[in-house]
Design a protein around this ligand. Structure first.
Ligand SMILES: CSC[C@H]1O[C@H](OP(=O)(O)O)[C@H](O)[C@@H]1O
Length: 369
C-alpha cells in the first residue's frame, strides 16, 4: 500500500513512531503534557508501553491498538537484550506474555484486542528466528493500514459536512487518537481541504480534557477555527440553531450499531436528536466488535477517582465524597444518524446495515488489494 499523506493538511501527526530495527523501540507523543509541552516518551520495555496506554500517554482506540502491536515488538527486543542467545521458543513465549499483559491495559477500545489478535497470529505462525522481523512487519502494517483507513473515512465522510458551517465534536478523535488524521477529525480535515469553511466547537471533555487539550491543539495547528466549550454547553447552542452536525469517534461498535465512546457522548446524542441535529460516528472496521450483539455487552472502563477529585493536582472534591468516573458510555444505534467507516457509510444504523457494509465492502476491498 502506498504511504498516505494529506498534502493539504498543515500539520502531520507523529503520534507513534517505531525507532530503529527489530532491536528498536516505540516513541510516543506524551499526550498528558499537551498542549503546553510537545514532548516524546520512548518505550524500551513492555511495562513502559503498558503504562503509557494506561496513563493515556497514548490514547484513542486506533492509537491504542497500534501502540500495543508495537509493544509486542518492544517485548521481544527487551527479551533479546536481556538474553542475547534467546531461543525461538523463548522469543515466542516473551511475545505471548506481552500480548496477554498488554490486553490488561484498558478494556473498552476493541482495537487493542483486534491488534493483539493479529500479533498473536504472527507468533503462532512463526517457527523460526524470523519472529522479531515478522512481528515488526505486522505492527508496521497495522500502523500503515490505519493511515489508509483514516484517510478513506475522511473522504467518505466529508460530503456529510459539505453544507455545514458549525460542527461539534467530543473528546479527541484526531491524529492523536490514531495513526495520523484520526477518525472524526479526518472527516473535518477532508471537508476543510475540500473547501468547506468549517468552524469546530470542541467539548473540553471532562475529566481529562481531551477536547480542550488535544482537539483544540490539533485543529489550531491545522489552521481550522476551533472554539472550546464546557460539556454542559452544547444543548443551548443547538437550541439556538448554532450547531449543524455533531461528529465523534468510537471505541467499540457492536453488531447492531450501538457505539461506545467517551463519557458524555450519549447525552450529546440525546440533545442532538431532540434538536434535529445529525449525529455522526466515525469508526474504522477495526473498531467494530461483531461478537457483541448490542452495546449492552461493551465493557466500560472505570477510572481512578483522582482524575475527578484532583484535576491536574488541585483537590476539588472532599475526601469523604464518592466519585463516579466511567471513561465511556454507549450511544444506542437509533440515536446515530450514520456511521462513517473506511468502506462506506452505514445509514440507517442497524444490525443489517452494519453487517452489510462490513461484509460487502470487505469483499470489495479484498478484490481491490
Ligand atoms: C478515534 S477513537 C478516539 C476515542 O478514544 C477516546 O477515549 P480515550 O481518550 O479515553 O482513549 C474517546 O472515546 C475518543 O472518541
Amino acid at each position: 500500500m502506498k504511504p498516505y499523506s494529506n498534502p493539504n493538511l498543515q500539520t502531520t501527526m507523529k503520534t507513534l513512531q517505531w525507532i530503529g530495527d527489530t532491536s528498536g523501540h516505540l516513541r510516543l507523543i506524551d499526550q498528558t503534557r499537551l498542549p503546553v509541552e510537545e514532548t516524546y516518551l520512548d518505550c524500551h520495555t513492555v511495562a513502559q508501553t503498558h503504562d503509557a496506554i494506561r496513563r493515556l500517554v497514548v490514547r484513542g482506540a486506533p492509537a491504542i491498538g497500534i501502540a500495543a502491536a508495537y509493544g509486542v515488538c518492544v517485548a521481544v527486543a527487551e527479551a533479546r537484550r536481556e538474553q542475547p542467545d534467546l531461543s525461538v521458543a523463548d522469543a515466542r513465549a516473551a511475545a505471548h506474555s506481552a500480548i496477554d499483559y498488554l490486553a490488561t491495559s484498558r478494556p473498552t477500545a476493541v482495537n487493542l484486542f483486534w491488534a493483539l489478535d493479529r500479533m498473536r497470529g504472527i507468533v503462532d505462525g512463526s517457527e523460526d528466528d524470523s519472529l522479531a522481523q515478522r512481528l515488526l512487519q505486522e505492527a508496521t502494517a497495522i500502523h500503515e493500514q490505519d493511515r489508509q483507513m483514516c484517510a478513506a473515512m475522511g473522504q467518505h465522510g466529508a460530503p456529510l459536512l459539505a453544507d455545514c458551517r458549525n460542527v461539534l465534536t467530543h473528546c479527541n478523535a484526531g491524529g492523536l487518537a490514531a495513526s495520523e488524521l484520526g477518525t472524526a477529525l479526518a472527516v473535518i480535515y477532508a471537508a476543510h481541504d475540500a473547501g468547506t469553511p468549517l468552524h469546530v466547537y470542541a467539548d473540553e471533555t471532562r475529566p481529562l480534557l481531551q477536547g480542550a487539550r488535544l482537539t483544540a491543539w490539533e485543529l489550531s495547528r491545522a489552521g481550522i477555527d476551533v472554539t472550546v466549550l464546557c460539556d454542559s454547553m452544547p444543548a443551548c447552542l443547538m437550541r439556538e440553531g448554532k450547531i449543524d452536525a455533531v461528529i465523534v469517534g468510537a471505541d467499540r461498535v457492536a453488531a447492531n450499531g450501538d457505539a461506545a465512546n467517551k463519557i458524555g457522548t450519549y447525552a450529546l446524542a440525546i440533545v442532538a436528536r431532540h434538536h434535529g441535529v445529525p449525529f455522526y460516528v466515525v469508526a474504522p472496521s477495526s473498531t467494530f466488535d461483531m461478537q457483541l450483539e448490542s452495546g449492552e455487552g461493551i465493557p466500560i472502563e472505570q477510572r481512578d477517582r483522582q482524575e475527578v477529585s484532583h484535576p491536574f493536582g488541585k483537590q476539588t472534591v472532599p475526601d469523604d465524597a464518592g466519585v463516579f468516573n466511567p471513561a465511556f458510555d454507549v450511544t444506542p444505534a437509533d440515536l446515530i444518524t450514520a456511521i462513517v467507516t473506511e468502506r462506506g457509510i452505514i445509514r440507517p444504523v442497524n444490525t443489517a446495515n452494519v453487517l452489510h457494509v462490513l461484509a460487502n465492502f470487505a469483499e470489495r476491498a479484498d478484490s481491490e488489494d
